[in-house]
Design a protein around this ligand. Structure first.
Ligand code: VGL
Ligand code: ZN
Length: 354
């Protein structure tokens, strides 16, 4: 209801200057009138910000966030803390900029040579398509990115190519016995551990095309990965040895993205790695679980747990719209933002960035 609108929403919608915003916020939440916000007063502000139906604001989150925003660690948020941290934290928390990254929804993973149906988990990759199409139709993402696994014929990950490169002496699997899903170690240089896959997503073939039923959004961006013969690239950010980067970070930075929503195939491989690297780059990272299918049930569970432990959240597609519009503000993302703000402040203080 409109008259239920919290003070923080109203002041955020219309403030003339940062100084005025800070004055008004402190003025409103500063119950003891000392010109600063103590933990209790700041908790009221946080309660107004995090009106989430799905995430509760526990003391753990409140304390973590408060400590990160309190720059001089005196237990009080002063004008200076507000100016240097709280505003930026509020801005990202209340008005996120969202990118939707659709990972590798390509023919080979759905009905082709690496069809997930034939993988140990026996999942049907095609099921992600209506879920993704519905999100594309209904959610106002600021940016949409499609990634493609994009390999040359002689790619290191193909089981068919295992005899093309010498294996290390210690490698337990011999080239002539090697089969799909075995992990081998190539001599290199550089020495490279590689899981073997059936030949898939060869550049400019049917198998590497996006599935024909997947909607292509207007103004979408496309990122290919895995085009170097000698190194695999599960993540859409980096190759597996972190030697080269794709254009993805530049694209996200250009659009001032704060939040990265990830979906597609395979959950435990390319979706998972992309989500981890998104966290590493400081993006608030949200995995849309019903829009993912994977290779191996145990690996899917491990990926999920590691992502949660690293600060990502895992949501259902029905939750996405409210998060993108800023109506639902998950507390773990608020904590992630506080960490980002504190890190940015430290880099500025140390003169590393201006
Ligand atoms: C993928 C294995 C090998 C993926 C790509 O897209 O998840 N998995 N190459
Ligand atoms: Zn691949």
């Amino acid at each position: 209801m409109a008259n239920d609108k919290k003070f923080i929403e109203t002041v955020f919608e219309k403030f003339e200057s940062l100084d005025e915003f800070n004055r008004e916020c402190i003025g409103h939440y500063d119950a003891d009138r000392d010109g600063k916000l103590n933990f209790k007063e700041c908790s009221k502000l946080m309660e107004d910000v995090f009106q989430s139906k799905t995430y509760t604001l526990t003391p753990y989150y409140m304390e973590q966030i408060f400590n990160l925003l309190d720059e001089d660690k005196d237990g009080l948020i002063c004008q200076e803390d507000f100016r240097r941290c709280v505003y930026y934290w509020l801005k990202q928390t209340m008005k996120p900029v969202s990118a939707f990254i659709i990972v590798d929804v390509q023919n080979d993973f759905i009905t082709g040579s690496m069809s997930l149906l034939k993988c140990p988990a026996g999942q049907d990759g095609e099921e992600v398509i209506p879920v993704i199409n519905n999100l594309l139709d209904t959610v106002p993402f600021d940016l949409i990115v499609y990634t493609k696994d994009w390999h040359p014929e002689d790619h290191i990950s193909f089981v068919e190519n295992v005899t093309q490169r010498p294996l290390t002496r210690n490698c337990k699997v011999k080239a002539e016995d090697a089969k799909v899903y075995d992990v081998v170690e190539f001599d290199g240089p550089p020495r490279t551990e590689q899981k073997l896959w059936p030949k898939h997503c060869v550049t400019n073939t049917w198998g590497s095309e996006l599935h024909p039923d997947l909607k292509i959004a207007k103004n979408a961006q496309f990122v290919n990965k895995g085009h170097h013969s000698e190194v695999d690239s599960y993540s859409a950010f980096w190759d597996n040895n972190k030697l080269s980067q794709t254009e993805l970070v530049k694209i996200l930075a250009k659009h001032k993205v704060t939040d990265v929503f990830v979906c597609g195939v395979a959950y435990d491989i390319c979706v998972g790695y992309t989500a981890f690297h998104s966290l590493e780059h400081g993006f608030r990272t949200i995995l849309v679980e019903d829009a993912c299918r994977g290779v191996d049930v145990k690996a899917i569970e491990e990926t999920k747990q590691k992502l949660l432990d690293s600060g990502a959240i895992i949501v259902k597609s029905s939750q996405v719209n409210a998060i993108v519009t800023g109506e639902d503000r998950p507390t773990p993302l608020g904590l992630q933002t506080a960490k980002n703000v504190a890190l940015a402040r430290e880099l500025v203080n140390r003169g590393i960035v201006k």
